[in-house]
Design a protein around this ligand. Sequence first.
Ligand SMILES: Cc1cc2nc3c(=O)[nH]c(=O)nc-3n(C[C@H](O)[C@H](O)[C@H](O)COP(=O)(O)OP(=O)(O)OC[C@H]3O[C@@H](n4cnc5c(N)ncnc54)[C@H](O)[C@@H]3O)c2cc1C
Length: 491
Amino acid sequence: MGDDLWIEKKIVILGAGVSGHTAALYAKRFLRDKADITVVSPEKDYNWIPSNIWVGVNQMREEDVLFPLLPVYTKKEITFIRGRGIELFPEGTKESEKSFVVYESTNEKTKGEKHNLDYDYLINATGPKLNFEATKGLGPDYHIYSVCTAHHATQAGAKLNACIEEMKKGKHLTLVVGMGHGTCTCEGAAFEYVFNVDTELRRHKVRDKARLIFLSNEAALGDFGVDGIQLEMAGYITPSNILAESLFTEQKIVWILGAHVKNITETQIEYESLDATTSILDYDFAMLLPPFKGHLLKTSNKDGIDISDKIFNTNNFMKVDADYTPKTYQEWKSSDWPKYYQNPTYKNLFAVGIAFAPPHQISQPRKNSNGTVITPSPPRTGMPSAIMGRIVARNIADQILGNNNPPHSASMAELGAACIASIGAGFTKGSAVSITMDPIVPNFEKYPETGRDIKSIFGEVGRAGHWIKRLLHTLFIYKAKAKLLWWIIPE
Ligand SMILES: Cc1cc2nc3c(=O)[nH]c(=O)nc-3n(C[C@H](O)[C@H](O)[C@H](O)COP(=O)(O)OP(=O)(O)OC[C@H]3O[C@@H](n4cnc5c(N)ncnc54)[C@H](O)[C@@H]3O)c2cc1C
């Protein structure tokens, strides 16, 4: 059998973010010339999103968190197409059974053109659709800043600077940071940003002129969408809300919890609370994260019948090997969470990172008496997203190479995670809250008391965490650029 027969296998990856880019680099490393790998993604640059926080407080520039993808893919002999996946035909059509995806070009010269791309394996790594539309007045097109993209973060940084200049002239301003809807996720990012804003205000000696408010859908500070964490600190088991409350109190940051933001004007934020009251908050600057949806890829069977609702959930996240049976909070099991990120209907279809449909929340679901859902959606942070990308690449490579290895798994109910939330930048002044948890999704069968392995949970506030976070910025960008020995750096 000639070697050239191998090349028939085509892997298409939609999305060149944390999970998709990781999957592409590992697929190439595992398979070399034994498969044809194509990445389709709309932007020309890779964005190391966690460092957008520092762009949003003017401690980094856009060029520090972005780099062009094409040179990396050219070096690695991965085809890169600037485009957006829009439709899926996993069974092909009546004429041909070959699976294909339709993408729309985002390249300047061919913008809007639609093309078909055949695949043997498809990885959906399209990340979040920033759903600013969910709340009236939310987002940079209206009155509210975001740090979800490097460009949004630059806009937030510029407005923050303008506010600082006004405060220097003696004005007192209200700055609000948090979540722009009752069902948002990524509370850790807002937590990190509010402390970085606090540091920036202190650096400019205007902290006394600012009323700094953290506005969140969490029922308790430090919930982070994972039902909080029980930490062992100085020999005592301490819930993360105690740690978070002491940090907020120390820095004089006011917190408002259990809030669903529902309407925003140029000067006011209207929100509904868990106790069903509605309140108005006047503001001068606000950075509120949007809720996330998935990117729907309209899916048809070979007869052209729309089967999107079988492949995607109502929020447009792709269904994988999870148990999606509706259950109550008390019935949730760690085994509900997917291990292989493989679609149950089409085994050559995978979804990783934020694109996969979680079986349920991690944080306890809550609604107020008006029926308004106010509860964090499950976070899928960088580390698990990248690990999912790697193991899916590994499993596809094993199938192509005919290896009979048991498939590699990466359930969030088995994976641990480290969260380092910087609370200010600078080599000698920076600090960070560092928290580890294992597993991310509590496993009460294994750890009946707290759902997590208390011995491996760690929480600390200090400069070392800041240095690690800064080092991770350099290491992860080095890895994403696929430089020498990049794979040695863990996800
Ligand atoms: C401000 C902020 C700070 C954060 N800080 C941290 C942190 O400190 N630590 C941490 O672990 N996590 C952090 N996160 C979370 C982390 O960024 C995400 O977990 C991670 O980016 C998810 O990876 P992903 O591949 O699913 O999505 P992304 O990294 O967003 O990648 C999705 C990719 O798909 C592309 N795409 C979109 N639509 C299509 C389409 N139709 N077809 C093809 N491609 C498409 C996008 O352009 C993008 O390139 C932070 C998130 C935010 C917003």
